[in-house]
Design a protein around this ligand. Sequence first.
Ligand SMILES: NC(=O)c1ccc[n+]([C@@H]2O[C@H](COP(=O)([O-])OP(=O)(O)OC[C@H]3O[C@@H](n4cnc5c(N)ncnc54)[C@H](OP(=O)(O)O)[C@@H]3O)[C@@H](O)[C@H]2O)c1
Length: 272
Amino acid sequence: MKLKHGRVASRCKFEAAIHIVITGASSGLGAALAHFYAAAGVILSLAGRDLARLQTVAAGCRARGAEVAYEVVDVTDAAGMDRWLRTRDTACGVDLLIANAGIGGIGAIAPDNGEAGDLARQIIEINVIGVLNTVTPLLPRLVGRRRGHVAIVSSLAGFLGLPDAPSYCASKAAVRIYAEALRRRLAPHGVRVTAISPGFVDTPMSATLPFIQPWLWPADRAARHIAAGLARGKQEIVFPWQLHLAVRFAALLPTAIIDRVLIRRSLQGHHS
Ligand SMILES: NC(=O)c1ccc[n+]([C@@H]2O[C@H](COP(=O)([O-])OP(=O)(O)OC[C@H]3O[C@@H](n4cnc5c(N)ncnc54)[C@H](OP(=O)(O)O)[C@@H]3O)[C@@H](O)[C@H]2O)c1
């Protein structure tokens, strides 16, 4: 059986099942992706920290016909992630691994010292080390099978250093480049890697942002767009195009000009 994203399914409990792992599936984009993929013949392995929300998402996915396993595990727990991922892969070979879990960065700002150290460290640990903990345990198995698809959720904030979220921007730039390098490393071994860089998506995370979010997409629309890009085997999925263009254009401007624009925008945000 050919999968939506064009690969041959692994044979598990079902005659032909596709196995998708999603971290951060208890909320926002991860939950929307889980709901999008949920269907008969699909095995979903979902992870998050909040048991009640994870159970709600799992129940919704089961109602759509998917077989669902869920796990409360923190992505910063390397041993816990390794154990969970290997167990799930042994139950049924993973076809698509989506490293989506992450936290936002605005709360890390402390006006006196730039960023609150503890939160800044947490952002890097969850958004960067958490991605490594999600991706690395299964790489030898994917390479051994010469198939599989790894998707890593970055952000358009990873294209430009925003004064309101230094650690968040750094974390998202890190995982975008990590995905790019991994893609080039694993392509000869038959494993796909896609970097996903959304703009603003309507989720509990973006609901905390204290400014207007241009081209805000509903989470289900973002999930559909991401799934379509993954199915086409795209190397990078970046949306919406308007914000992508704006960010690319800003990066081409002389540093002094873009610095002035972003600093003024940040100060206006603090005073409004
Ligand atoms: N929303 C946006 O505008 C936007 C834009 C660009 C990129 N993104 C990226 O999209 C991804 C999903 O964000 P979202 O907007 O859907 O946010 P969200 O609604 O807050 O969901 C974040 C998810 O990540 C999980 N998570 C956070 N820290 C974790 C940890 N230490 N261990 C395990 N799971 C953890 C949360 O689990 P629990 O709730 O169970 O703790 C939750 O399921 C993030 O990587 C984010 O950076 C979002």
